[in-house]
Design a protein around this ligand. Structure first.
Ligand SMILES: *[C@@H]1O[C@H](CO)[C@@H](O)[C@H](O)[C@H]1NC(C)=O
Ligand SMILES: *[C@@H]1O[C@H](CO)[C@@H](O)[C@H](O)[C@H]1NC(C)=O
Ligand SMILES: *[C@@H]1O[C@H](CO)[C@@H](O)[C@H](O)[C@H]1NC(C)=O
Ligand SMILES: *[C@@H]1O[C@H](CO)[C@@H](O)[C@H](O)[C@H]1NC(C)=O
Ligand SMILES: *[C@@H]1O[C@H](CO)[C@@H](O)[C@H](O)[C@H]1NC(C)=O
Ligand SMILES: *[C@@H]1O[C@H](CO)[C@@H](O)[C@H](O)[C@H]1NC(C)=O
Length: 412
């Protein structure tokens, strides 16, 4: 008897230890550095800050202010402004007065107007000087333009462009060096064990093209949609750069943490890379069961997130998450809207710039945010790429404006 009680206690202790260790099983808990259990309260704080941010933005203009952003961990809305006169103007507004304790004003040099002008000039220079492998965006919290360069400081690449932007004093961020272990995915052997059962395919899962019997390129599924003109067609949306001009554009299924499977998903029927980076795969009808849910397997509780809404997000500093094959679910903060990414084949614009972590193979995965709870989410777009400390998202609305597709949601 004693032994049994001892054993039960031991199991309980192990269980408790286990659940404490995994208290940050949610990507959002890791971002905010709280336990999973604290997330509902933190989401309530974020909802409140978003509301206050919305109220403030009815009153601030681009000539006297330099933008606002929310900080959930500090429970504050930060407001950049030019003078203390502007501070008292805002705090005396009856609509704002109930929330003054949540405000933190910073006196800055650059109003939004001026930042927008400099940004336009820098974008113009990027075109003239053929800048390549750079991200450009306005960072509200830094009150400046950021040029993120995918190169080290001693690399002479882009130096003409960099020199030309000097007059606008942008912040230059050079890509930090890569960690030593680089993944080698293309050499992986395929798993040819095809079972006959219907496979559930979630958003965030891996998909790949092959060349012979090896993986040629790996991406992730962003979300599912119907063709507005052919409602019985199901499409999987991912990035356009998963497409190849030389070879097959038939995609197969590669579940997380497993070996690639032979399960055929379908052909990429539409793609774009130059200005916007998206592609549509027409899913075949048999053998697979695509679901409008996001894979979040590493979480203890909410392993499949329901895509319920598509409300756009407009708050700087708010969280945004992505799900993808390589780094799974990760979250970051929104740093900018209308960001730009330039490489040898594209000049992508209107990107949401975040610090979401991602890696090769995550491209195309869904970008989403929580609002009410940890089970249902709003779809914001697809993760298009990134580097150390930076991750870009193509907003859903752009994909919908450019194509004739209707996203498939879980009906609430
Ligand atoms: C900006 O807003 C403030 C407060 O509403 C107002 O006093 C100021 O005239 C506005 N400036 C411009 C250029 O509209
Ligand atoms: C805001 O500050 C600027 C610069 O000091 C000033 O010109 C403007 O009148 C202020 N606006 C308000 C509404 O206080
Ligand atoms: C405002 O934010 C700054 C920077 O985070 C901080 O140092 C300062 O204490 C804050 N002020 C208030 C009144 O919260
Ligand atoms: C910087 O980048 C260049 C070009 O890629 C490379 O040749 C050089 O070794 C790099 N230098 C350092 C210090 O990493
Ligand atoms: C850019 O400026 C640096 C420092 O002034 C100079 O050494 C370099 O030659 C310039 N590069 C170009 C392409 O003008
Ligand atoms: C989506 O976001 C809007 C506001 O941004 C919110 O009202 C709605 O409840 C959200 N839906 C879900 C499922 O989180």
């Amino acid at each position: 008897m004693k032994d049994i009680i001892f054993l039960i206690n031991l199991i309980l202790i192990i269980f408790k230890f286990h659940s404490t260790v995994h208290a940050q099983s949610e990507a959002l808990a890791r971002l905010w550095d709280v336990n999973d259990d604290d997330l509902p309260a933190m989401l309530a704080i974020e909802r409140n800050l978003k509301k206050v941010d919305g109220i403030l933005n009815q009153f601030i203009n681009n000539s006297d202010f330099g933008g606002t952003w929310i900080d959930v961990k500090a429970n504050k809305v930060f407001i950049n402004t030019l003078s203390t006169a502007n501070v008292s103007y805002i705090t005396s507004l009856p609509e704002v007065q109930p929330y003054v304790d949540l405000l933190n004003f910073t006196i800055v040099d650059n109003p939004t107007d001026k930042l927008s002008d400099s940004f336009e000039q820098i974008v113009k220079l990027a075109k003239e000087k053929n800048a390549v492998d750079v991200y450009l965006y306005v960072d509200i919290s830094l009150n400046n333009i950021v040029i993120y360069l995918e190169q080290n400081q001693s690399d002479s690449k882009n130096s003409e462009f960099i020199n030309a932007t000097d007059q606008y004093n942008p912040i230059l961020i050079y890509q930090p060096p890569d960690p030593p272990n680089t993944k080698q995915q293309s050499a992986m052997k395929l798993n040819n064990d095809r079972r006959q059962v219907e496979k559930d395919i979630l958003c965030g899962e891996g998909i790949y093209r092959k060349k012979g019997n090896v993986i040629d390129y790996l991406c992730s599924i962003g979300f599912l949609a119907n063709d507005a003109n052919k409602p019985d067609t199901t499409l999987a949306v991912t990035t356009g750069h998963c497409h190849t001009d030389r070879g097959s554009n038939i995609f197969y299924y590669f579940p997380w943490g497993d070996r690639p499977e032979g399960t055929l998903l379908g052909l990429m029927v539409t793609h774009r890379v130059k200005d916007y980076d998206y592609g549509l795969i027409e899913l075949k009808r048999r053998g697979i069961r695509p679901l409008p849910m996001i894979r979040n397997t590493d979480a203890n509780q909410y392993k499949q997130l329901q895509i319920r809404d598509t409300q756009t997000i407009s708050n700087h500093g708010a969280h945004l998450c992505k799900s993808g094959h390589t780094t799974h679910a990760t979250c970051g903060y929104i740093k900018a809207f209308d960001g730009i990414f330039i490489d040898s084949e594209s000049f992508n614009n209107e990107l949401i710039i975040t610090d979401i972590e991602g890696d090769v193979g995550d491209s195309g995965g869904p970008a989403y945010y929580y609002y009410e709870n940890l089970l249902t989410v709003n779809l914001s777009g697809i993760f298009t790429g990134g580097n150390r400390g930076i991750g870009s998202v193509l907003p859903l609305q752009i994909i919908l404006d450019e194509t004739e597709i209707v996203p498939i949601l879980v009906n609430g």
